[in-house]
Design a protein around this ligand. Structure first.
Ligand code: GAR
Length: 200
């Protein structure tokens, strides 16, 4: 059984997609060991509670530096037996020491087809605003491994989504979530589970 930690900052619809995939039996041999939020009021924590998953708010501002935060988070997850860290709308840039502690065992979902509309400053609605401003006709979502850069790690899965006439950032965000993010995130976790098994 692969134990995952899901790190969140907001609504947690991607967390919900993982929970649903596990509960429906689509995603096998995976359990959510904990949900970590950097915001107390994140609705994702309510979703965790509703499904009896341990949830914790651990915020950078409660530590002297981002490195101290990284150390604390890595120790917390390691002492809870976490095998894989899933960033699902987690808007903190994690420090090197954390990335190194979980090297090759952190994945992230990003709401565009990387390398478009990614990197520093591209998160949430801003990504869809930029895609519409550029006038792309196809966008999508990407799940990738996390390395020390922002959205630079190896790509695991991508799924394309059409931009439609009259789209607003909100409408496009919803379509990308429904048609791509909620589909590929559980699939990527399954692929990584198999890969981690092979690495053993
Ligand atoms: C999702 O669209 C996710 O791809 C994005 O934040 C949203 C979180 O929604 N992540 C990023 O932009 C990371 N750069 P959720 O809390 O409902 O899952």
């Amino acid at each position: 059984m692969l134990s995952i930690a899901v790190l969140v900052s907001g609504g947690g619809t991607n967390l919900q997609a993982i929970i649903d995939a596990i509960e429906s039996g689509k995603l096998k041999d995976v359990s959510i060991g904990c949900v970590i939020s950097n915001r107390k009021d994140a609705y994702a924590l309510t979703r965790a509670k509703d499904h009896k998953i341990p949830g914790e708010c651990i915020r950078p501002r409660d530590f002297g530096s981002i490195e101290e935060y990284g150390d604390h988070l890595a120790n917390y997850l390691q002492s809870n037996g976490i095998d894989l860290v899933v960033l699902a709308g987690f808007l903190v840039v994690l420090p090197k020491n954390f990335i190194q502690a979980f090297a090759g065992r952190i994945i992230n979902i990003h709401p565009s087809l990387i390398p478009s509309f990614c990197g520093d400053g591209f998160y949430g609605l801003k990504v869809h605003e930029a895609a519409l401003a550029r006038g792309v006709k196809v966008t999508g979502a990407t799940v990738h491994y996390v390395d020390e850069g922002t959205d630079t790690g190896p790509i695991i899965i991508q799924k394309a989504v059409c931009v439609e006439p009259g789209d607003t950032p909100e409408i496009l965000q919803k379509r990308v979530m429904e048609q791509a993010e909620w589909v590929i995130l559980p699939e990527a976790i399954d692929l990584v589970r198999k890969e981690l098994e092979d690495r053993r």
